[in-house]
Design a protein around this ligand. Sequence first.
Ligand SMILES: Nc1ncnc2c1ncn2[C@@H]1O[C@H](COP(=O)(O)OP(=O)(O)O)[C@@H](O)[C@H]1O
Ligand SMILES: [Mg+2]
Length: 335
Amino acid sequence: MTHGAATNGAAVEAIDLVKHFGDTLAVDGVSFTIPEGGVLGLLGPNGAGKTTIVRMLSTLSVPTSGTGRVSGHDILKEPEAVRRSMGLTGQVATVDELLTGRENIRLIGRLYGLPMTYIREAADSLLERFALTDAADRIAKTYSGGMRRRLDLAVSLVATPPVLFLDEPTTGLDPRSRADLWEVLRGLVRDGTTLLLTTQYLEEADQLADQIVVIDKGRVIASGTPTDLKREAGRASVDLTVTHAADVPRAEVLLRTCSSEVFVDEPNRRLTAPADGLVDMTRIADRLRESGIEVDDLGLKRPSLDDVFLHLTGHRAEETDETELDETVAEEVAQ
Ligand SMILES: Nc1ncnc2c1ncn2[C@@H]1O[C@H](COP(=O)(O)OP(=O)(O)O)[C@@H](O)[C@H]1O
Ligand SMILES: [Mg+2]
């Protein structure tokens, strides 16, 4: 990628970034590097400083100290070159509700000063890529949440930036729209786009990122590959509830053939055993069926962001927002 600056293979660098808002220390010395074509997930609860970091790197906010580089351009010294090499999809969708999807894309293309013939073609192909062709000529006000996020992403891609910042791209989306968006993002990465993605969901970072930086209260508290982090936070476990109390001992024996540790909660007919993933769970499900042991519930629990936090900091991630009731928590509440 040639954008007129030496990058040493780094598409994005955060260099000891600090941001004060009055007495609030929102970002407290954050550094990381994303290689060209890489995907970095900035993972942390509400208020951790994610948006502030993205805003500084995208030149929307000036750091109190520290700096950063995007495609080799310094965010303080060359903000315009930085803005030309990146696209930004904010936490709050920025599409104009009164324009159609197509008009939103064309408008941004014109603001970038791109030739009209190019804009027309780019709009058509972006609309198709984001499954918005049928809705292209409806005003954005009529779009669903998932469609808006996709339009927002399409708009940020008109100028084909090599680096894309995505601030909580799927927060508030239903699981289906979230999975659709992940697919779109994987496509961008296949085409060579570098992504910086913020998220509150370990699963999202796990699905997309090849490097995760966990932040809490403005500081980096851990970083590594998704596998590294989950390993640190503990393994997944298979969790099952047998229908008949009399089957608990048999189920325990059966689980012991698959896993070295088994925890039995006799009064609730519930058994839990560390497992490596779906393969283990499927094997356990098969054996239960073969043995004629009926179960009310069988599931795989993966370490959640909360588990990662508890492990890393010794405290739970503060209550984030109302949509944070993930499957694991829901299961616990149902007990
Ligand atoms: N413009 C601002 N003025 C004052 N405080 C702010 C401002 N923006 C963010 N903060 C504070 O900085 C901290 C980090 O916020 P933010 O970067 O939005 O976190 P996140 O995106 O991880 O939820 C929070 O304590 C927040 O209240
Ligand atoms: Mg935020």
